[in-house]
Design a protein around this ligand. Structure first.
Ligand code: AG3
Length: 279
């Protein structure tokens, strides 16, 4: 059988992976959830037909969304993670003994159930005693939080569908309020390459700048996402991701990471000209 998964990366470009087996399909209250066994990327989770994680390249995304802020402020103790139902972000955060409490707010409980069953590597630390799962809308959850988190990670889907609210001015303002005076906010920011994704990224960046004194963008390479060129936003009330990085301190922790190192931390903030022009 010649079975292929196809995602539109732009109205004129498609990306496809050979599928060995369609392991799961289901529909939650919020979205369509699928898991495929693919020939090249191992198991792949898609939501509404968009690739969220693949076993082969998820380490890139999860390393960069967690270790960049953690290495910038080694004092981080209380973290709020929004989205992230596959558990990859939580797995990386739980490597830090210094973290005391993680609230994870995922709108769709079914995504977590499916990932526990089909992606045990990413979901492996969801039962860590420091992790508190909340199945509710992240937009609503942050409204009632004040001055309590050292770090907020927004590990969302694209800026449409269930994740749309996580790209609004209201949400960023509430994140600012939920963070303490040393707080850092990291957002998944889409790709700068295709026009529609770039517009989403620009909009998010301009909105965050309105609240946070430090507001940067950093890049990573994800083979299965549109264009392969991806961005995260780093915003903070105090810490500069490069000036405040203590590379020796992070290296002394001796954590095992497959993508992140402190050189790539610094290098990821160096942006191509066409991206700088968009900011
Ligand atoms: N969240 C970001 C998914 C964006 C992918 N977009 C796409 N394929 N069009 C990933 C969740 C990882 N924890």
């Amino acid at each position: 059988m010649n079975l292929w998964f196809v995602e539109n990366h732009s109205p004129n470009v498609q990306f496809s992976m050979r599928v060995i087996e369609h392991l799961y399909t289901g529909k939650s209250e919020f979205q369509k959830i699928d898991v495929f066994q693919t020939a090249e990327f191992g198991r792949v989770l898609t939501l509404d037909g968009y690739v969220m994680v693949t076993e082969k390249d998820e380490f890139i995304y999860h390393d960069m969304i967690t270790h960049v802020p953690m290495a910038t402020n080694p004092g981080i103790k209380k973290v709020l993670v929004i989205g992230a139902g596959d558990g990859g972000t939580i797995r990386e955060l739980t490597k830090y003994d210094s973290i005391e409490h993680i609230d994870m707010v995922e709108i769709d409980e079914m995504v977590v159930d499916v990932c526990r069953e089909f992606l045990p590597q990413t979901a492996s630390k969801l039962d860590d005693p420091r992790v508190h799962l909340h199945f509710e809308d992240g937009l609503k959850f942050v409204r009632s939080r004040n001055d309590e988190y050292d770090l907020i990670i927004v590990d969302s889907t694209d800026p449409f569908g269930p994740g749309e609210g996580l790209f609004t001015r209201e949400f960023y303002g509430n994140c600012y309020k939920a963070l303490n005076d040393e707080g850092i906010l990291v957002n998944q920011h889409e790709s700068p390459f295709y026009e529609e994704d770039a517009l989403g990224m620009q909009r998010a960046h301009k909105r965050i700048i309105g609240f946070f004194p430090v507001c940067e963008v950093y890049q990573l390479h994800i083979p299965t996402y549109p264009s392969g060129h991806w961005l995260f936003g780093f915003a903070s009330k105090k810490y500069d991701p490069i000036k405040d990085l203590d590379a020796d301190a992070w290296n002394q922790l001796g954590l095992q990471t497959k993508y992140y190192n402190t050189d790539i931390h610094v290098g990821s903030f160096a942006l191509p000209n066409y991206v700088k022009e968009q900011l």
